[in-house]
Design a protein around this ligand. Structure first.
Ligand code: S3P
Length: 259
């Protein structure tokens, strides 16, 4: 394993733990940018943010990133590093391999439930945290050379997956990791869809509309078929199957709500 590895991902995704173990295993230097920030400023992130605010933290974070990237080895980053265009540019321009450690929001929240050192976790409401999540997830994905799903995995397993990315059979490992990540995103989207379904059911309840509007569903189906007409992966039959699955799930959901 040669060049620098940068680990990115949301708070609590395991960047520091995995980074430490990975560096040990591969006999490389390990740097945690949050720790480097503390060394650089002589103050904890919590009190730095309390005194100077998040914007000042981000500016300083960029300086630390730029400086520490002069080193090689394993570098774990703070969860918000991707929010700044400059940081993303610095990381993308470096010749480091960027690995996104992806975990579900629910997993992250439960892992950090008792954390008192992460200021943002304390300051943000659940809605704000979810907004941050939604903002960052696509940024992590687009910056990463590889994504590793970390839910329910022990750090040792994740470390082995990272190491495998650099071994000759890495193509399969990397593709599998990518497909796992897509599956997670699909299930997350379905869950989000069901939340909207609940809201629709409430409106229907209030306005006396019936649960199913067949015309609307047929229209949706044909719009999708039109949109994916030229996509050889997506046949009309597949769209029918997906729409059947989505609508039957939501109709069951709505019916339950109507009682
Ligand atoms: C932050 C995450 C923290 C730390 C700071 C801000 C964020 O790092 O950089 O509290 O914006 O998500 P971890 O991802 O290591 O918790």
């Amino acid at each position: 394993m040669t060049n620098t590895i940068i680990l990115i991902g949301f708070m609590g995704a395991g960047k520091t733990t995995v980074g430490q173990q990975l560096a040990k295993e591969t006999k490389q230097q390990f740097l945690d940018l949050d720790d480097e920030f503390v060394k650089e400023t002589g103050t904890s992130i919590k009190s730095f943010m309390a005194d100077n605010g998040e914007k000042a933290f981000r500016t300083m974070e960029t300086k630390v990133l730029e400086d520490r990237l002069q080193n090689s080895g394993v570098i774990s980053t703070g969860g918000g590093i991707v929010e700044s265009d400059i940081n993303r540019e610095i990381i993308a321009k470096s010749d480091a391999t960027v690995i996104f450690l992806q975990a579900d929001l629910a997993t992250v929240i439960s892992r950090l439930a008792t954390d008192t050192e992460r200021p943002l976790l304390r300051q943000l409401s659940m809605k704000q945290l979810m907004d941050r999540w939604a903002l960052r997830e696509p940024l992590y994905s687009s910056l990463a050379d590889s994504t590793i799903q970390t839910n329910g995995k022990r750090p040792e397993k994740i470390v082995q997956e990272v190491i495998k990315l650099f071994s000759p059979d890495n193509a399969l490992v990397s593709l599998r990791s990518e497909i796992d990540s897509l599956d997670h995103q699909i299930v997350n989207l379905i869950s989000e869809r069901l939340t909207v379904v609940k809201e629709i059911a409430d409106v229907k309840k209030d306005t006396g509309l019936s649960v199913v509007q067949h015309g609307r569903m047929d229209q949706m189906r044909s719009e999708l078929k039109k949109e994916f007409r030229d996509d050889e992966n997506v046949s009309d039959r597949l769209i029918d199957e997906i729409v059947d699955l989505l609508t039957s799930t939501s109709i069951n959901h709505e019916n339950k709500m109507f009682g």
